[in-house]
Ligand binder design. Structure first.
Ligand SMILES: [Zn+2]
Length: 239
């Protein structure tokens, strides 16, 4: 019984394929020919062989890019591969996040880069009154870039009140510069602890994790160990 059942299942799938292929086929062939193929496929599972040959052989190949099930499968595989390649080109890992219309690397050529795309954020709060950095309000999923080159000291899904956070140790103009990025979206980090990053490299995406009530980047800067006001520091150094 087993081999027979296999044939029947194969026939059922074949009938589906034949039915899908029919509209295109019918466009170039008389109506009755299409009906015959459909009926054959439905009535007798083994007629898949006939149906398959009948649909592929007489078709005007010039009007199709793919006709046989094999060609369609191959074309779909090629399209999927192309889509994966495109996805890799716009995001640094297979995390499912994408920079969308923004640049993969923060624009500029200097040692310091803006951590968010220019025009994508509003500063709601900055250094002072017990707050150690700048809150840059931006939609969830906005790409976050390393403000300086350096080594990733922290990359965590649960970095205290920062939530999903990254800390980078860098050197700018001979000074030690430590930058902290907080409240990223879960699962969006693009760098690991110990990794060396370039200025402007994509490190994650804006979210509202940790001690946060709205999507924003908490951006903190320490120069030679002391906190500095991040927005003024960016204005003076980024580019
Ligand atoms: Zn903050």
């Amino acid at each position: 019984m087993k081999p027979l059942r296999s044939v029947a299942i194969f026939g059922a799938v074949g009938a589906l394929v034949a039915a899908v292929a029919l509209p295109a086929y019918a466009a170039t062939k008389p109506e009755d020919a299409a009906t015959t193929v459909q009926q054959l496929a439905a009535v007798d599972a083994q007629s898949i062989v006939v149906a398959s040959e009948a649909t592929t052989a007489p078709v005007d190949r010039g009007s199709f890019s793919a006709t046989t099930p094999e060609e369609i499968a191959k074309k779909k595989a090629e399209e999927a591969a192309a889509a994966r390649a495109a996805a890799r080109a716009t995001t640094a890992s297979a995390t499912g996040f994408s920079v969308g219309n923004y640049a993969l690397v923060s624009p500029g050529s200097g040692e310091v880069r803006y951590p968010l795309p220019q025009g994508s954020y509003n500063v709601s709060r900055t250094l002072g009154n017990g707050h150690n950095g700048a809150d840059m309000v931006s939609p969830q999923g906005t790409p976050i870039y390393a403000a300086t080159a350096g080594v990733v000291r922290v990359s965590s899904e649960d970095y205290y009140g920062y939530g999903v956070g990254v800390v980078i140790d860098g050197v700018v103009g001979g000074a030690r510069v430590e930058t902290t990025y907080g409240h990223m979206t879960y699962g969006s980090r693009q760098v690991s602890a110990g990794e060396t990053v370039a200025a402007g490299q994509l490190i994650g995406f804006v979210g509202s994790t940790g001690r946060s009530t709205a999507n924003h980047l908490h951006f903190e800067v320490k120069v030679n160990g002391g906190l500095v006001e991040p927005i003024g520091w960016l204005a003076a150094n980024a580019g």
